[in-house]
Design a protein around this ligand. Structure first.
Ligand code: PGA
Length: 261
């Protein structure tokens, strides 16, 4: 199974989000093999998008969440509020939040814990900057992020865990990593997650690639067995590009089915 997550960032409002959700459902209609699709609209569009995707294959995700369940935290959104809207996935530690909004590993860890505690599934985003990559520190940085973000986090035995490997230099730049580089990182990430949570089973870990994925390059990532899916930003708010990404996922899944038969 391949997972496609659309991160709509702050690109679209309620009306456009509803139209996009409808278009995505249409693109999946009648398909025999369907990828696991999660869409992450802005908070204000969650309620309306939820109505469109109820009883479909598409799941709802949020782009962030606060770590306390309730209280005097002006402007924040809690797990309880998201659960009321049937949100099942939450992006945590997105590079834009780490680098532009000052989110620290400690804050990210608390958020991951709260997502688990409330029965939702975290999609933890990790990745190195261009500078760190140039210094040959990619592996070191990502390993460190995982260890710090999961420090003290209790992993509920039945949970799923999604990690999105998103090199910062690849996000929104049109310069995706190569599938070969992503495969190497995904193998390492799987190993580190198993070190951190020794009782986690292989099938509970899903490692996705993100950073300038579009209709033209999605298949090159998705055909790799180490790449469980992709996290798509800019291209996910352009319906034709997202339709191409979904077709690439279906093609990759048909290839897998063919190989295992
Ligand atoms: P991008 O963003 O696809 O626009 O590069 C990916 C992301 O930020 O999750």
């Amino acid at each position: 199974m391949k997972t496609i997550i659309g991160n709509w960032k702050m690109y679209v409002g309620v009306r456009e989000s509803v139209a996009l959700a409808r278009g995505m459902l249409y693109a999946l209609r009648g398909k025999k093999i369907v990828p696991h699709v999660v869409i992450c609209p802005s908070f204000v569009a969650l309620s309306d998008v939820r109505k469109i995707i109820t009883r479909s294959h598409v799941a709802l995700g949020a782009q962030d969440m606060f770590w306390e369940e309730t209280g005097a935290y002006t402007g924040e959104i809690s797990s309880r509020m998201l659960s009321e809207l049937a949100v099942s996935y939450v992006l945590i530690g997105h590079s834009e939040r780490r680098h532009s909004l000052g989110e620290t590993d400690e804050m990210i860890g608390k958020k991951v814990q709260q997502v688990f505690r409330s029965g939702m599934t975290p999609v933890l985003c990790v990745g190195e900057t261009a500078e760190e990559r140039a210094q040959g520190k990619t592996q070191e940085i990502v390993e460190q992020q995982l260890h710090q973000d999961f420090a003290g986090v209790e992993y509920p035995p039945a949970s799923e865990l999604f990690i999105a490997y998103e090199p910062r230099w690849a996000i929104g730049t049109g310069m995706a990593a190569t599938p070969q580089d992503a495969v190497v990182m995904h193998q390492s990430i799987r190993g580190w997650v198993k070190e951190i949570f020794p009782s986690i089973r292989d099938e509970q870990i899903h490692v996705l690639y993100g950073g300038s994925v579009d209709g033209a390059n999605a298949y090159a990532f998705l055909r790799e067995k180490e790449i469980d899916g992709v996290l798509v930003g800019g291209a996910s708010v352009k319906l034709t590009l997202m339709q191409e990404v979904l077709s690439a996922a279906i093609e990759a899944m048909e290839g897998e089915a063919h190989q295992s038969s």
